[in-house]
Design a protein around this ligand. Structure first.
Ligand code: AMP
Length: 551
């Protein structure tokens, strides 16, 4: 049977099977609002109808500028359901970049959190394509403040062209609800890369890629998501679809918890406990922060429902994986992904035999990025030649598969990130072990080349973060007159802890060749972050580029 793999089929399934499953979210006033899929999907239908009523046609882009919330989930489902393209804007980008992205995508409608109107005002004048702005009120969804609300009360912006989200839903004429024919290769979602060099580039996800990617998160050797789960994506809904978890939750009927803007360790921990979350996901910095909270009061939080903390976006330090497992009996599942891969490409689950192995051995394996998901194929390439899967030879990771991008949106001509034989060049340098488990050694641009030899910044960072006094560590290459480049470590110490550069070098010494050890270790109050919470190494490279200028 020719049955298209499309987002509306996920929605239909949830409507018929999972109406009772919970959806909750942290509101801007920190209260928690609780509802069900039945209500969310009813409102989704209203939003679809209302957007079609505003003239949104298949293929049109509808942007969101919003934290994770029930309404954002409604937009995730409603926009692709009418064949339009959901375009999530990263609210941590510079206003000039946001304007560029909106214009590049030719977004026609913007759905924006009331609390983010001041941000929108910073780039509104530079946008040329937005026709209507729909404002999600800060008060609880479904509150009756709807029609009367002055949506611009806090910003002073003129009300013309602004619509209230609740009023829009209320006005939807459901008798006019249409379900257009959608092909599985049609575009469903558009995200821009958070790349730190050059202009952000758009990646379009088809309905088919979203559906297959959602399936892949359900299988046992991936995240094993099912109806019994309650998902808490800490990765924002504006970063690669919160790793696709909102769609996966709908497909399998997993409950969803949407954390709003409160992403600090204490708030995340509180939500996990209160909503009895079973699986949560985010970048390592979030889990380093939560670990500090847990360590303040070991055993003081009821985490009995939590089965998995999925970590990706940057390398999960082995010391953190160990600390969670050893001190708090929590299992970390390390995964690798990219905007261009929808995003999940590999997931690290312990293979047969290792479940009973000593903790050290388990942790060493869990710190790898994992095996490719079904239909995702990987290879390492160095100097144009595929490297052996021997766990030793480094090469650039290339991937292909049904949810790997074929090209960038709106970019003419051939892009060198895509190989002639149809693979995507990730820019990540990896070893592939004989069992197919991928281990990332660095971003190509973050490797340190010292005296002609490569030093992995990730390996040094991981080792430094295992020191009890170290909260965070980033290692970057800085130019050196003799060695070409040398590694520099920038370290943030834990509150109240002390360690000198010599202490840290001594700590590293048994694990590395002498020439790998950073000659300079700088202490800092914080490490600059990218818009999605990773270390922004480009800032450190710039800041310290003259370190050896006088040597
Ligand atoms: P983004 O497209 O913003 O999600 O960034 C993708 C990049 O994040 C990848 O190319 C990797 O460099 C990095 N990344 C993602 N997951 C991991 C991981 N588990 N370990 C190390 N780096 C990762």
């Amino acid at each position: 049977m020719d049955f298209p793999l499309v987002v509306p089929a996920l929605v239909r399934r949830a409507r018929t099977l999972f109406g009772h499953r919970p959806v909750s979210g942290r509101r801007p006033d920190r209260s928690i609002a609780r509802t069900t899929y039945a209500s969310v999907l009813e409102r989704t239908r209203r939003l679809s109808t209302a957007l079609a009523g505003l003239g949104v046609a298949p293929g049109d882009r509808v942007a969101t500028l919003a934290w994770a919330s029930q309404e954002h989930l409604e937009a995730y489902l409603a926009i692709p359901s009418i064949g339009a393209v959901l375009h999530t804007l990263n609210l941590r980008l510079h206003p000039d970049d946001l304007a560029y992205i909106v214009n590049d995508a030719r977004d026609r409608i913007l759905i924006v959190d009331e609390s983010l109107l001041p941000l929108f005002e910073k780039f509104r004048a530079q946008t040329t394509t937005i026709e209507q702005v729909v404002v999600i009120p800060s008060a609880a969804a479904g509150s009756d403040a709807g029609d009367a609300r002055d949506v611009t009360a806090n910003t002073g912006a003129p009300a013309h062209g602004f619509l209230d989200y609740e009023a829009l839903l209320a006005s939807a004429d459901l008798s006019a609800h249409l379900e257009p024919v959608i092909r599985e290769d049609d575009a469903a979602v558009l995200c821009y890369t958070s790349g730190t060099t050059g202009r952000p580039k758009g990646v379009l996800y088809s309905h088919r890629s979203i559906v297959l990617h959602s399936f892949s998160q359900g299988i046992a050797d991936s995240l094993g998501i099912g109806e019994r789960d309650v998902l808490l994506p800490i990765v924002p809904m504006f970063h690669v679809n919160a790793w696709g978890l909102p769609f996966t939750g709908v497909l399998f009927g997993a409950g969803q918890v949407l954390p709003g803007r409160y992403l600090d360790g204490a708030s995340v921990l509180d939500l996990i406990v209160r909503e009895r979350v079973t699986l949560t996901a985010g970048v390592p910095t979030v889990w380093l922060a939560m670990l500090q909270e847990l360590d303040k009061n070991p055993g003081g939080h009821d985490l009995s429902a939590l089965r998995t903390i999925a970590i990706g976006g940057s390398a999960a330090p082995a010391s953190m994986i160990r600390a969670y497992q050893e001190r708090h009996h929590l299992r970390i599942v390390h995964a690798w992904g990219m905007t261009e891969v929808t995003p999940l490409g590999t997931v690290c689950n312990l293979p047969a035999g290792l479940e009973a192995a000593p903790l050290d051995e388990q942790v060493r394996y869990r710190a790898r990025q994992g095996k490719p998901l079904p239909f995702v194929e990987v290879r390492g390439v160095a100097d144009g030649v595929e490297v052996p899967w021997d766990g030793q030879t480094m090469g650039e990771l290339e991937v292909r598969g049904p949810w790997v991008a074929r090209q960038y949106y709106n970019v003419e001509g051939h892009d060198s990130r895509f190989s002639d034989d149809g693979w995507f060049r990730t820019g990540d340098v990896v070893l592939i072990h004989p069992d197919g488990c991928v281990e990332l050694t660095d971003r190509a641009k973050d490797l340190v080349k010292s005296g002609g030899e490569w030093i992995s910044s990730v390996a040094l960072e991981n080792a430094l973060m295992a020191h009890p006094a170290v909260a965070e560590a980033a290692v970057v290459a800085v130019p050196h007159p003799t060695w070409d480049e040398r590694p520099l470590a920038v370290v943030v110490l834990r509150a109240g802890a002390q360690a000198t550069a010599d202490d840290l070098r001594e700590f590293l010494a048994p694990s590395f060749a002498k020439w790998w050890l950073p000659d300079r270790i700088e202490f800092a109050v914080e490490i600059p972050r990218t818009s999605v919470g990773k270390f922004r190494k480009s800032v450190l490279r710039e800041q310290y580029k003259g370190l050896y200028a006088d040597d």
